[in-house]
Structure formats: structure tokens, C-alpha cells
Design a protein around this ligand. Sequence first.
Ligand code: SF4
Length: 390
Amino acid sequence: MAAIAHAEREHALLSASAAHRWLACTPSVRLEEQFPDTTSPYAQEGTLAHEIAELKLRKYFIEPMSQRSFSAKLNKFKKHELFQEEMLKHTDTYLEYLKEITLAFPSKPYVAVEKRVDYSAYAPGGFGTCDCIIIHGEHLYVTDFKYGKGVPVSAENNPQMKLYALGAYLEYSLLYPIQHVHLTIVQPRLDSISEWSLSIDELLAWGEEIKPIAQKAFNGEGDFVPGEHCKFCRAKAQCRARADQYTALEDFKLMKPPLISNEEVGAILEKAQHIEAWVKDLKEYALAECLKGNEIPGWKAVEGRSTRQFADLDKAFEHLKQNGIDEAMLYERVPLTVAKIEKVLKKAEFTRLLEEPGFVVKTPGKPALVPISDKREAITAAPDAADDFQ
Ligand code: SF4
């Protein structure tokens, strides 16, 4: 059981998890090489959740172990400083999902957990670790467990999942007549399970399509293309292409007449979409530079506002109570939100006790401006829509 393997997981230069970036901005991988690969507490938390999931999957699918040995291994994880009780529930959700897939087959499928796959035939030096691979007859299932709770990640056309699937296909195509590929991303903390299927021909055709792009990325060639994918790029603060995208807003100064047109509003918003994230990245970078003693003209680091907190909350409250302060004064009673109550009650109970009797009402959302690529239907303030929003 490779419990520590996660922490030491190697990354290919053309890693699957960054494929959405290097496919869009081919020179990014080589530019990133000069920046250190840092990790965050969220990533470490994800690693621990993966290790717990791996233990459960191995016990169920691969190497039956005694409850005692399982508990001993699990207890080691429980002692980790980042362990949270909810990790047990979320890893169960993931295991249950995989169990359902395997139990639907008429015979026992092949299952691999934390399987390293090699997709270098499509992207130079490319390899990665699949969280779970299930194969039965013509069907290949590639599942990724994501512990993050930022935004739900869709499996549809997801390049990371497709690269894993290519690697899995190359590994197993001699043994199994794989024809159908099923990609799933399980994000239990967001109650999200995204599934998407494609034929093996479609997958292989995509692999051929990306080959020249991957080669360019490996060579560090092509144009820098900023976009949403800059978010996790290690060069994001200093990248000139990203900066040019926003500083080019100055072009609009040259425009006449005094009022800008709707076309110009659209063009400016298009350029400015990610400006807030960019400014935040620049500030983080500048602060780090100032703290290192490097000069960022016009800026300096200072000590932020300090906050007060109890040295020991329990002791402080006990002390207050002993001095005659009523406990009711020390706590606020705050009702849970609808979403939290749904989580506590579970869906069926929530529907029966609150939704069906009409205790929950849904108010229409406020109109929001989004890029044209957003999947939601466009609305106007035509009389009907205006009434809806009243
Ligand atoms: S910050 Fe964006 S544009 Fe610059 S290298 Fe990274 S991905 Fe490309």
C-alpha cells in the first residue's frame, strides 16, 4: 500500500492536470520551469483524503485485509494534523460510487487503484496516476476523486481525464477489447459527480489532434495565450502576455467620440474579465518581493491590522461564568441556512419535512452578466421577464 506515494507523486512536464493550460498556452510549461513548484494546505489535505480513499478501495477491491489491519492503517491517517472527520464520509461516497459501477456487471471486473499510466505516445514524457480504473469487456471506466470544494469540475471533454484514458487504453488494450470510455470526476464535498462517455475512436482521434500541440508545448514553442487557465500557472504574476492583455486596455483611450459604444463595452469587458484575479496575483507577488527585500517601486510591506483572539476560549468563558456572566450572553443563536439544513437532514427527509409542505420557496436569482459562452439561456427585461423579477 503506497500510502506515502501521493506525497511523492511525480509530475510529468506535460502533466494531465495542467493539460487544459498547456493545450491553450503551449509555451507555458517551459516558462513555468523557472518558478518553484509550491504546494498549499489544500493540496496536502487533498493528498490525505486520497490516501484514505486509496486504503478503502484497496481493502474492498484489491487486497482484502482484516478489520484490525485496516483500522490500524486508518488510525495512522487519523493522527495527521490535517485529518477531518468528514474525510471518512466523503471517501465513502467515492467508494460507494465505484461499488455501484462494479456491481452492475454480470461478472467481476478488473479494478486498478492509483495506477500510473503512460500517455507519452501522445504527449512527450507524459504520465500520470489514475485514481481508479475499472474495465469490464468493452468498457473502460476512468474515475478521478477530487477533494477540493472550489468549483465543480466537469468530466465532459476534460483533457486531464482524456489523457488518463489514453494512458489506460495503451496499458490494457492488448488484454481487453475496449470500445467505450466512461470518464467520471467525483467531488463529494460539492455533491458533484460528473460523468461523460465517448467511444474509443473519438478518444484516439482526440489523441491524434493534440499530438502536435503537445510537441509544441514540450518544445516551449507557440504563442502565449492568456485566459482562465492562467489561474494555476506558476508564471501568472510575472507573465508578460497576461499583463499585456490588461495593459492593452489603454488602447481604448484613443477611441472617439466621448461616449463608448455597446461594441466597445463588450470588448472592454471581454478583456477585463479576469483583471481582478490578475491584480490579486500581482499583489501577492509584490508583497513576497518586498518581504524578501526586493524593491517594487511605489510599494512597501507593512504589518497588517492585528486581531484579538482568546488565548483559550473554554477557559475564558468559564472565567466569565464564574464571575456571574450569564451563559446566554456569550452565544448567538443563528438559524442554519436552507442548504445546511438540507445537508443535516439528508435529501429525502428535507423534501418530506420542508419542501413538500411548502416551507421552502425559491426566489428568482438577480440578473447577472456572464460571457456569451455561458450555458444558461439569455434573458431580457421584456415585460414577462421584468414581471418575474419584481
Ligand atoms: S500566465 Fe497564462 S499566458 Fe502566461 S504563461 Fe501562464 S498560462 Fe500562459
